[in-house]
Design a protein around this ligand. Structure first.
Ligand code: ROI
Length: 165
């Protein structure tokens, strides 16, 4: 059994509901159990301007899957939510990013873990801290320290406790 963290994001087609449904979808998979869930946040878009604000959250999962099998499972849920990959950093109905997989450091063609930009994105760090205040990334500072350096500008709590809506 491995503990992994998934960041969720959406800015299309009722983003809050997309994320809530995604948590249910993740938890309904037989090899994955959701063991913690963050608050629900609304955040200013990072990337191209003119796209709607995002909803962001994170979950902790316990899983018997390998990293690539977990990635496949997350991509299949993204596809079920109508995710279409068009513009790089453009709007999306659902984004499920594997942030951490145990203490593993993975750099393969399909997967980079820890996620390569998590330490500069407050909409990822802040939800992670809700679940696990003492979380430290492999070979980096504690998440709490990273978030203190970065601040929480552009980030607002939309709902406190899952199920959020
Ligand atoms: N910006 C915000 N605020 N939240 C996201 O989840 C998010 N996801 C992305 C890009 C387009 C980089 N910007 C984002 O993939």
């Amino acid at each position: 059994m491995t503990t992994a963290y998934i960041a969720l994001g959406s800015n299309l087609e009722n983003p809050g509901l997309q994320l809530q449904r995604a948590v249910d979808d993740i938890d309904s998979l037989p090899e994955i159990e959701v063991s913690g869930c963050s608050k629900l946040y609304i955040s200013e878009p990072v990337g191209p301007e003119g796209q709607p604000d995002y909803c962001n959250a994170a979950v902790r999962v316990e899983t018997t899957l390998t990293p690539l099998a977990l990635l496949d499972a997350m991509q299949s849920i993204e596809n079920d939510h109508g995710r279409v990959r068009t513009v790089r950093w453009g709007p999306r109905t659902l984004d499920l990013d594997m942030i951490l997989f145990g203490n593993e450091v993975i750099e393969s063609e399909r997967l980079t873990v820890p996620h390569y930009q998590m330490h500069v994105r407050n909409f990822v760090l802040c939800p992670l801290l809700d679940i696990q205040p003492d979380l430290t990334l492999p070979s980096r500072k504690p998440v709490e320290e990273l978030l203190k350096e970065m601040g929480t500008s552009g980030l607002e709590v939309m709902a406190e406790k899952y199920p959020w809506l």
